[in-house]
Design a protein around this ligand. Structure first.
Ligand code: ZN
Length: 299
């Protein structure tokens, strides 16, 4: 046992800066919201524990261009498609491309069917998402679309193929890298906690004017503080794991039960993925090892 490390009960979670902000309560986001001249958000009707209020689909374009890019079409749902078509009509814009942050169905399911519907290509980092007539995006490339520019920001971690998009105003469309409420999941084995932390730093270094997440409300008040909180939250989870493993070998299920005791059980499978991702990082750093029967121990 490490005598200098604080015990599990003594660890203090970092404060979420958003608790002091005025954000809509869960389930209270409007279906269509104009966020700034370049961006309209359309909320998909797929709320759940994992998708929060539902998936945010964004229309991005210079208002006078008569064009818009669709970012994360979301579920292939006729009600959602109607909402998107109405929002396009309100902007007097036609859809010229579909961009996808990552391959999860709640973001990508409608990409190929709606690309056929609108007669536009799908742009994504994974060839399977972009499809045979789509375009595979390269990290760091600058797209010129709908009268504006969109920078492709690699943000692996939640998934391996995850991208964020920085628009000309300085706002960043964050996908599931950062959420409007709570924290994101680092999937396992596909995701990667080291990559996730690097991605947080990369978005932080952009100095975003706003974060427009894949789920939950827009974060405009102090986006940097949210990114700092996300980093601190991951460090806190690592400290919790190390404290629990400091004197007793435990399997991942036991860690999840204690660390996520206050979280609804329906979210524990996701919590277990984030925990496994943290264990993989700590193991890679030589700070923990598998002691016996899949149980982990410090050292
Ligand atoms: Zn999602």
């Amino acid at each position: 046992m490490n005598a200098t490390a604080p015990g599990f009960a003594e660890l203090v979670p970092p404060a979420d800066p958003r608790t002091g902000w005025t954000l809509p309560d869960l389930g209270q986001m409007p279906v269509v919201t104009s966020l700034e001249p370049l961006v309209t958000r359309v909320l998909a009707p797929n709320p759940s524990g994992m998708t929060l209020d539902g998936t945010n689909t964004y229309l991005v374009g210079e208002p006078a261009s008569g064009q818009a890019v669709l970012v994360d079409p979301g579920p292939d749902d006729p009600v959602h498609l109607d909402s998107v078509r109405e929002a396009l009509a309100d902007r007097d814009a036609r859809c010229v491309a579909i961009l996808v942050t990552h391959h999860h169905r709640d973001h990508a399911e409608a990409a190929l069917p709606w690309a056929a519907h609108f007669g536009t290509p799908v742009c994504a980092s994974a060839p399977a998402v972009a499809g045979p007539r789509g375009r595979v995006l390269a990290p760091g490339e600058r797209l010129r679309l709908a009268g504006t520019t969109i920078d492709v920001v690699p943000t692996p971690g939640h998934t391996a193929d995850h991208l964020a998009f920085r628009i000309e105003s300085g706002a960043v469309l964050a996908g599931d890298h950062v959420l409007g409420r709570g924290t994101s999941v680092v999937t396992h084995p596909e995701g990667d906690l080291e990559a996730y932390l690097d991605s947080l730093r990369r978005v932080h270094d952009l100095g975003p004017s706003a974060l427009y997440p894949g789920h939950g409300p827009e974060l405009t008040q102090n986006p940097i503080a949210v990114l700092d909180f996300y980093r601190a939250h991951r460090e806190f989870r690592e400290e919790q794991i190390l404290a629990l493993l400091s004197n007793r070998a435990q399997p991942v299920s036991a860690l999840v039960e204690v660390i996520y005791a206050a979280v609804p059980r329906a979210l524990w499978p996701a919590a277990e993925q984030s925990t496994r991702a943290a264990l993989a990082k700590l193991e890679g750093q030589g700070r923990i090892h598998v002691a016996q029967d899949g149980a982990w121990l410090v050292g």
